[in-house]
Write a protein that binds this ligand. Structure first.
Ligand SMILES: Cc1cc2nc3c(=O)[nH]c(=O)nc-3n(C[C@H](O)[C@H](O)[C@H](O)COP(=O)(O)OP(=O)(O)OC[C@H]3O[C@@H](n4cnc5c(N)ncnc54)[C@H](O)[C@@H]3O)c2cc1C
Length: 480
């Protein structure tokens, strides 16, 4: 019997897990994929928004500003990449300059600090590559970029380190209420019984709720596509550059990433299902629209296209509430942008809801820190010291990102060991560079094979089913 069952291991479920694992209760997270952070949390703009965009009084406004402050603190404590680059919303006409003034006022109402309205010259002085049709900008100093999957991993790993059970490959298929008011949750792997349920199932949160409750909201996936450009393009933007928001969302952004790349996108297109395709027409639109903000981005330096799915609710806001039809079932739904920015504050509220139901005591011994070895950031002395202790740190596996065998092997001893090549990438950055795993992919596959005792035909690129080799061409291929 679990006290709390969390459904969904994205940033929202993981933030909830982090805060709940500080209390003396039995906690389990059920995740459909073979890793946390493998849904929308891994495919977005990675911006921790300042909070001037949501309408004052909305849940998005409330949680964004608080979440942004908490993310900054968590990054220090749990050691995930966070860069406070600041953002600019660019105006391309005098009418849009008026929009900037409205956003500034909204920001004040939402409690956003460190904002300034800039004219063209002031904007150009801090962002030299902006196009000449910029009329002015709204600067927000608290905006930042993070590694969203490392942020999520940091939260989930800390929860696991403090006793949470994580059940990957456990898609929830049914939920029923028992006579004693507890729930039985059925997954593709088994049954779990619990007192309280937190529904953090992203684009499927409505379906998960309807497994037991009445229809209370609808989630529509809204896809956004991106270009990820090589580090050679990094200096095209020093801040996250937005365009004025419209009914199509926050516009196409041009932003540095925490890993030193340049990200351009997204669009906003409603899709029927989990359609993560990237398409030539939309990418052409993204490129054209980004050119309004910044000139001279060299798209021959594109290293990857990808897309993510926003979970847009029919209420037009986050849904953070106990189900109206099922007591003891808490929905964290409609988690479209800015939910990455807001996740920490949302997790705190979910934790408070559980405590309002039952006063679980705080754990006496809670490990609230996490440190990662990032070999390339060490001094030569530190590197030598490490290699002396473990020669695996002297062998470079990913040449683009300078990631060592030692760092990769270490992840298999961590609280959530990787199960695929991309899971290694999310934990170490191996495969994130210009060659996108062309050099290191096979070497990472070999390490996975050894660490997990797999056959080559069982090695996954990412989610279940994405095997990298279908079958053996020769029986003795091990020796080829
Ligand atoms: C294009 C785009 C750009 C964005 N940019 C930003 C941004 O810059 N800043 C920002 O703040 N926000 C941004 N967002 C929003 C942000 O990415 C999401 O709000 C956030 O990642 C949602 O996290 P989540 O945990 O709710 O969902 P997810 O990360 O999708 O996690 C939900 C999890 O639930 C699991 N699940 C679903 N159904 C089941 C089931 N039946 N059983 C078990 N598990 C299940 C899924 O496998 C998944 O892992 C953006 C989103 C998109 C798409």
């Amino acid at each position: 019997m679990y006290d709390v069952i969390i459904i969904g291991g994205g940033i929202v479920g993981s933030a909830t897990a982090y805060y709940l694992s500080q209390y003396d209760l039995k906690l389990v997270m059920l995740e459909a994929f073979n890793d946390v952070a493998n849904g929308t949390t891994k495919a977005n703009s990675a911006v921790i928004h300042a909070g001037y965009d949501p309408k004052p009084g909305s849940l998005m406004a409330k949680y964004n500003v608080e979440g942004s402050r908490l993310t900054r603190e968590l990054a220090k404590k749990l050691d995930f990449p966070y860069v406070n680059d600041g953002s600019l919303v660019l105006a391309f006409s005098e009418a849009e300059v008026e929009t900037l003034k409205e956003l500034y006022q909204r920001g004040l109402a939402n409690g956003v600090e460190d904002m300034k309205l800039l004219n063209y010259e002031e904007t150009k002085a801090i962002e030299p590559a902006i196009s000449d049709n910029v009329h002015g900008a709204l600067y927000a100093g608290t905006s930042a970029v993070v590694s969203p999957w490392e942020y999520c991993l940091a939260l989930a790993e800390t929860a696991v380190r403090n006793g949470m059970e994580l059940k990957l490959n456990n898609e929830v298929t049914a939920i029923r209420k028992n006579e004693d008011e507890t729930f039985t949750v059925t997954t593709v792997k088994g049954e779990y019984q619990g007192r309280y349920i937190i529904n953090a199932a992203g684009i499927y949160a409505d379906k998960v709720h309807e497994m037991i409750g009445e229809k209370e909201f609808t989630i529509t996936p809204v896809r956004g596509q991106y270009f990820l450009l090589d580090k050679s393009q990094f200096t095209k933007a020093h801040h996250t550059l937005f365009q004025c928001p419209s009914e199509r969302g926050k516009g196409v952004a041009v932003t540095p990433t925490v890993h030193g790349n340049l990200l351009v996108g997204p669009d906003a297109t409603r899709v029927d299902d989990e359609d993560l395709n990237t398409t030539a027409d939309i990418l052409a639109y993204v490129k054209e629209t980004a050119a309004l903000s910044v000139q001279g981005i060299d798209y021959r330096e594109n290293i990857r296209n990808f897309s993510g799915l926003r979970a847009r609710s029919d209420r037009g806001d986050f849904i953070i509430e106990e189900s109206r039809s099922v007591p003891n079932f808490f929905n964290l739904a409609g988690m479209a942008s800015p939910a990455l920015s807001s996740a920490a504050a949302i997790g705190l509220t979910a934790k408070d809801w559980v405590l309002s139901k039952q006063a679980y005591p705080k754990k006496e011994h809670y490990v609230d820190s996490r440190r990662k070895i990032r070999f390339k950031k060490l001094t030569d002395e530190e590197k030598n010291e490490l290699i002396k202790k473990d020669p695996a740190y002297g062998r470079i596996i990913c040449r683009c990102e300078t990631i060592t065998e030692g760092e990769i092997r270490e992840t298999f001893r961590g609280p959530i060991p990787p199960q695929s090549i991309d899971a290694v990438k999310r934990r170490t950055n191996a495969g994130m560079g210009r060659c996108q795993g062309g050099f290191c992919g096979e070497r990472v596959a070999n390490i996975l094979k050894q660490e997990l005792g797999l056959d080559y035909t069982e090695i996954l690129q990412d989610r279940e089913g994405t095997v990298i080799l279908e079958k053996k061409a020769k029986e003795d291929y091990e020796n080829v």
